[in-house]
Write a new protein. Structure first.
Length: 173
């Protein structure tokens, strides 16, 4: 793992370490990424099968994002006019359509698989940043490469939550 660099006050403000929350490890980050990938696939499967895909998206957001505990900095991949999603409802809209007009339901595409390829993970107390590419596989086996940076923090119950989600298509895509 590469050396840690000093974090800005804004990033440190997102953290509020609780000794009882547990220890943040790279394995916990990898587990959260796996759960995120599985959740995105599950949302699309529910849509295809006529299931409650909106509820699946709500479960993903509730379990992995910090909206119920505080702020989340969320810049989704295919956001053009409304680049940032400040509320749970706006994030939910991005994944399955809803309150933001430009949303087409990224997670209901559907995707067959999501694979993370981490460039690096930096951990500082109860805050971590992971950056790299993730690859979304379509039902016809085409792979879409997306660049991402996710910030994670441990909540007071010891659960890992996403507090920063930034993703974009590679330059020139």
């Amino acid at each position: 793992m590469k050396a840690l660099v000093p974090m800005t006050a804004a990033v440190l403000a997102l953290t509020s370490f609780s000794a009882s929350a547990g220890v943040l490890t790279e394995d916990k980050i990898l587990e959260a990424q796996s759960k995120w990938a599985e959740g995105i696939v599950r949302i699309g499967e529910a849509k295809l099968g006529g299931g409650d895909y909106r509820s699946e998206a709500q479960k993903l957001l509730d379990s992995l994002y910090n909206y119920n505990n505080g702020e989340v900095l969320f810049k989704p991949t295919k956001a053009k006019n409304d680049q940032f999603r400040e509320t749970f409802e706006e994030a939910h809209s991005y994944f399955v359509t809803g309150v933001v007009d430009e949303d087409n339901g990224f997670a209901i595409n559907p995707w067959k698989q999501v694979r993370f390829d981490n460039h690096d993970i930096m951990i500082h107390d109860d805050f971590a940043v992971a950056m790299g590419n993730y690859f979304f596989t379509t039902l016809d086996e085409k792979e879409v490469k997306v660049e991402y940076t996710f910030g994670y923090r441990m909540d007071e119950q010891g659960d890992l939550k996403i507090v920063l989600h930034h993703s974009s298509l590679p330059f020139g895509s």
